[in-house]
Ligand binder design. Structure first.
Ligand SMILES: *Cc1c(COP(=O)(O)O)cnc(C)c1O
Length: 342
């Protein structure tokens, strides 16, 4: 059965090669450090990103929250931008797990103003919490990419105050592809970085947290505390290795498909594509439909096409490994009859 799923790049099933690698993976008990497939994945990810060490974790949320827990102490303040995943989509975990306070600054296209960040870094007054961390997100889930120069400037600022920086790089390789740089160049502008293997990279499960050796050693212990010590995790890491080695090299195709989808949507009178937010594999648009989102989503589902309803007035379509041009044409043809121009 054909199933064209534009809801997210998290819906990507493992490729046949991944399933074969999983079936044949050599495994051990990773809590003992004995799983050769996990160890190889962690080593090669660290080398690829120019970090000293890496740690395989169950999810992106887990990796971000583990980074917060490992960088900060209870009651510390974490500076981050509004709209970011750690703030909006991690169930308030920062206050539950790390026990930190979030200092939220306005973000424009995913970027906090540097002057605002500098002003938000706390001084020595006895009343103040300690500024424990600054977090960035790149690619940002608003569809934008932060330029390398911005990351350099923010990291330079943070270092001048002795504050560590974490990068939520769930789509780090999308950002690198969009910017035309190595992912290593982006990772160099942070103390720690989390990346997801299970988004557009097709691995079924898993993310990585990377940083200095001492940080990752502490994170490994904290991962156990959080219940993320996994046993024969090489089964998962085997797919993650292919995600890292092969799938990271084809993301420009997804980005091209997103631009193609945007062009097709623009041909429909009444669809307003947000052109500035077309940096990666996401297309955001405004449109008025003749039926409710529920009705339209259900009608499309009957044709084997999955989409989400609008969020804050915006529809989001995500391209990935399993959505080719034919799928895009199918999506556009299926939506067209519902778009109104009033
Ligand atoms: C998806 C995502 C995460 C979390 O990943 P999960 O594996 O879904 O927990 C974190 N940050 C960003 C920017 C994301 O898009």
């Amino acid at each position: 059965m054909k199933n064209f799923d534009f809801r997210s790049d998290t819906v990507t099933h493992p490729t046949p090669d991944m399933r074969a690698a999983m079936a044949n993976a050599e495994v051990g008990d990773d809590v003992y450090g004995d799983d050769p497939t996990v160890n190889a994945l962690e080593r090669s990810a660290a080398d690829r990103l120019g970090k000293e060490a890496a740690l395989f974790v169950p999810s992106g949320t887990f990796g971000n929250q583990l980074a917060l827990l490992t960088h900060t102490g209870r009651g510390d303040e974490v500076i981050l931008g509004d709209g970011c995943h750690i703030l909006m989509h991690e169930v308030g975990a920062s206050s539950v797990i790390a026990g930190v306070q979030l200092r939220v600054l306005p973000a424009f296209a995913g970027q906090m103003k540097l002057e605002a960040v500098e002003k938000a870094i706390r001084g020595q007054d006895i009343h103040y919490p300690k500024t424990g961390l600054i977090a960035m997100e790149n690619a940002h889930s608003c569809g934008r990419v932060l330029p390398l120069e911005y990351m350099e400037a923010l990291y330079g600022l943070a270092r001048s105050y002795g504050v560590p920086v974490h990068l939520d790089g769930a789509r780090l390789f999308n950002a690198a592809a969009a910017l035309g740089v190595e992912a290593k160049a982006l990772a160099a502008q942070t103390d720690s970085v989390m990346l997801c293997l299970s988004k557009g990279l097709c691995a079924p499960v898993g993310s990585l947290l990377l940083g200095r050796q001492g940080f990752i050693d502490r994170a490994r212990k904290n991962r156990k505390l959080m219940g993320g010590g996994m046993r024969q995790a090489g089964i998962l890491a085997a797919a993650g290795q292919l995600a890292l080695d092969e799938m990271t090299c084809r993301l420009e195709t997804d980005h091209k498909r997103a631009r193609y989808l945007a062009e097709c949507l623009k041909d429909i009178p009444g669809v307003d594509v947000i052109e500035e937010a077309l940096d990666i594999n996401m297309v955001f648009c405004k449109m008025t439909l003749s039926e409710s989102d529920d009705v339209v989503c259900k009608a499309l589902l009957e044709k084997g096409i999955k989409i989400n309803g609008a969020e804050d007035g915006l529809y989001r379509f995500v391209t990935h490994y399993w959505t080719d041009e034919a799928a895009i044409q199918g999506l556009v043809a299926a939506i067209r009859p519902y778009v109104t121009t009033v």
